[in-house]
Design a binder for this molecule. Structure first.
Ligand code: GLY
Length: 411
């Protein structure tokens, strides 16, 4: 009898080991296949762009199937250098290091830029990864100076960093003098880095103040989010809650929700304040409730639903197709890998793996040599602006690669 039990236990242990090793083999194969694809596709992209000129940062593809690039002063120039850093991290190949450095260094003039709030995306996806993966002494000062430039947009009255300068809402009558958008949560990570690098607590305090004011004003009771909140520049009072890139003022724009999930997860990492963790979890649970079967969300969770009405000059007034946004999925997927580390009992990691697998299917991942050499298809830049509708986007690719790195490093 005893022999029989021992034999059974040994068999069981062997089966477990075999199935764990099969799991880890299939994980490794999945990761390697995606790395191989990203390497080849990005080599083609580099042939297309040539050397960085300050004006040729890949962004999307136009209706004629041609590559669209931007100048460094748009909000997205940091993502392509950031993707090159992730390829270096994923492969260890020094050619990627060289390319990543070249494209990152081309952005140095931005360290004094104060034209909008996106400096975190621009400088932290590029120089932040550079500092992490191949530090050079000058990176420290560049990041501190960038944080200083971003901080010039913070005001004591509002306790917020102003996202955009003056503009009108889609109804063409409401004016925004101090608009702050949910995306701005993503720019705070660079401020935490600047405090660690400089010892100056100011940047940390600005990040915390901004996150706390966002928590009070941009989140609804059900943990859906408003894209834009406008503030009185003197009293700090809330003047308008609206959308610029979502379907309607009262809807939840899925990429905005993903920025918030990522942003509050990062806030918890940097401060260990449990309020941020609770917020990240609640935002994530809202997002998950609205996911379709393939885990890639509609570009706005409420598109075309009764009670959600786009206004004025927004192209969403006439265009109400229920398109998906792969960029929102990639951002959320990367956020979930991190959130899983803080709340393992919620199984966010398992969900993140499924999201990544879905993005890597031919439904969303481009074929080699197509889609002007971006990695993912089917994102939405901004339907209200009639821009980048069902197109590849450089930031979808960046967060897809980041999620791949996080999956690879997952214990
Ligand atoms: N931060 C702008 C966007 O998500 O489109």
């Amino acid at each position: 009898m005893r022999n029989k039990i021992n034999y059974c236990s040994i068999l069981l242990v062997c089966c477990c080991i075999m199935s764990l090793s099969a799991c880890s083999n299939s994980k490794n194969e999945f990761i390697q296949e995606n790395i191989d694809f990203a390497v080849q596709q990005t080599q083609l992209m580099l042939k297309q762009t040539g050397e960085p000129t300050g004006k040729n940062y890949p962004r999307t593809m136009n209706d004629k199937g041609k590559l669209v690039t931007t100048s460094m002063y748009d909000w997205t120039p940091g993502f392509f250098p950031g993707s090159l850093w992730y390829l270096y991290e994923l492969t260890g190949d020094k050619n990627w290091l060289e390319e990543a450095e070249k494209w990152t260094h081309s952005l140095e003039p931005l360290k004094t830029f104060t034209g909008h709030h996106d400096l975190g995306f621009m400088m932290y996806c590029s120089y932040g990864n550079a500092l992490r993966l191949a530090p050079k002494p000058e990176y420290k000062d560049i990041l501190i100076e960038s944080a200083e430039s971003l901080s010039t947009r913070f005001s004591e009255n509002t306790q917020m960093i102003k996202s955009w300068n003056y503009r009108k809402a889609w109804n063409d009558t409401t004016e925004w003098f101090y608009p702050v958008i949910v995306d701005n949560m993503m720019n705070l990570e660079m401020l935490f880095a600047a405090t660690k690098l400089s010892g100056n607590q100011k940047y940390y305090n600005i990040a915390v103040a901004h996150a706390n004011t966002t928590l009070k004003n941009h989140i609804r009771e059900d943990f859906g989010t408003y894209h834009v909140v406008d503030f009185d520049t003197i009293t700090g009072a809330t003047l308008d809650r609206a959308t610029c890139q979502g379907f309607s003022d009262n809807s939840t724009w899925s990429r905005g929700q993903a920025w918030m999930m990522y942003g509050y997860t990062m806030m918890y990492r940097e401060t260990q304040d449990p309020v941020y963790l609770e917020t990240a979890v609640a935002l994530t649970d809202f997002y998950m409730k609205h996911l379709p079967e393939d885990l890639v969300p509609l570009w706005d969770f409420n598109v075309g639903e009764p009670g959600y009405v786009p206004e004025g000059k927004s192209y969403a007034v006439q265009f109400q197709e229920k398109l998906k946004d792969a960029s929102a999925a990639a951002i959320a997927c990367s956020a979930l890998f991190e959130l899983d580390e803080y709340v393992p009992q919620k199984s966010y990691g398992e969900l993140a793996i499924k999201m990544l697998e879905s993005l890597a299917t031919p439904k969303y991942r481009a074929e080699l040599g197509t889609t002007t050499n971006f990695l993912l298809m089917h994102s939405v830049g901004s339907i209200p602006h009639k821009a980048e509708i069902d197109k590849p986007l450089v930031y979808a690719d960046y967060y897809f690669l980041e999620a791949l790195v996080r999956f690879k490093n997952r214990k």
